[in-house]
Design a protein around this ligand. Structure first.
Ligand code: AMP
Ligand code: MG
Length: 312
């Protein structure tokens, strides 16, 4: 009997140590929400947001001293030594590019700058401006040297990790949560979702509808759900929509027949790279992408059809 009471007391004591914390903050140029249950939840939540800020400082093109900005500033001149994590992230990006015919390619930065979509300077460039910078794009010219150095072969080249930054940070948050024995968590980095140790439904945004309107939901646990779509950043000129995801072969916003491409998998980083790649490649290639990378894909095409591909 005594033993029984002791066990009950211990259980009560242990569970009472676990607290909940939740907050939304503007980071990564979007709203990031984290909700978690852990021992000393408030403290873990602060560590999580600190980690987001720290990685943003390391990899953002908008931070002049970031590794990525320094690589770009030294394009065509010299290699820049980066951290193990950033080196591996760039290597991962190059490997994915090779497998998806460069539909996802982090050397896209000259195009991102030229079009300026979502900035005050957004505009439709002249065709000649585009053809001039196309030779600067292609991640085969990102040279990974010994000793963690990254060198861009041609002056004017540039890396932009916008298509995988949130996926990478999600992966790092999951590592932090494991180390901190977090009981469960929801990570939402501007719509890039990960459910950690908890089952739940994740809604997938209806393209061009008000935020929070979902065309479907997926039930997941310990998985990321990441979507790419033209509706996230675009402008319209003479009735034509110009969005922020480029086909590096043409230099124009990708004109695949998709309005939305969602990847579901345990690997948040892979999800983010493939959501961009899948969106550029279009409906015809999604079955192949799902099989090769063993991920599930949900997409909407321009006829409003809902598409499902299963690779798991
Ligand atoms: P996402 O919303 O994850 O598809 O990422 C889109 C962002 O990635 C854009 O805002 C650009 O910064 C960058 N980007 C655009 N096109 C590409 C591309 N084809 N490959 C890699 N990154 C891209
Ligand atoms: Mg992406």
């Amino acid at each position: 009997m005594k033993k029984y009471i002791f066990i009950v007391l211990l259980t009560v004591l242990l569970t009472s140590c676990v607290s909940k914390a939740e907050d939304s903050r503007f980071k990564l140029m979007t709203v990031c929400t984290i909700k978690l249950e852990a021992k000393d939840a408030d403290n873990v939540l602060e560590k999580a947001f600190d980690l987001i800020s720290q990685i943003e400082r390391e990899i953002s093109v908008n931070v002049e001293s970031s590794y990525i900005s320094r690589i770009n500033q030294n394009a065509g001149k010299s290699g820049v030594k980066v951290s193990d994590d950033v080196y591996n992230l760039i290597r991962f990006s190059k490997e994915v590019s090779e497998k998806v015919d460069n539909a996802f390619d982090i050397s896209v930065y000259p195009l991102v700058k030229l079009w300026g979509i979502g900035t005050e300077d957004e505009r439709i460039p002249e065709a000649v401006e585009i053809s001039k910078i196309l030779p600067l794009i292609g991640s085969a010219d990102i040279i990974l040297g010994e000793d963690n150095t990254v060198f861009l072969k041609k002056e004017g080249m540039g890396i932009d990790l916008g298509a995988i930054g949130k996926g990478y940070i999600t992966q790092k948050l999951v590592e932090l949560f494991k180390a901190e024995n977090v009981k469960n968590a929801i990570i939402d980095l501007g719509g890039n979702i990960y459910l950690y140790n908890r089952e739940g439904n994740v809604g997938i945004q209806t393209p061009f509808a008000d935020r929070g309107q979902y065309y479907t939901v997926v039930k997941v646990n310990n998985k990321a759900v990441v979507t790419s779509g033209p509706y996230e950043r675009y402008f319209v000129s003479d009735g034509v929509l110009y969005h922020h995801i480029f086909d590096i072969k043409t230099g124009y916003p990708s004109n695949s027949n998709l309005l939305s491409c969602t990847i579901v998998s345990e690997d948040a980083l892979l999800c983010d790279a493939l959501s961009t790649a899948g969106f550029v490649l279009g409906e015809e290639r999604l079955e192949e992408i799902a099989k090769i990378f063993k991920v599930d894909i949900k997409a909407v095409n321009d006829e409003g059809e809902y598409l499902n591909f299963y690779g798991t």
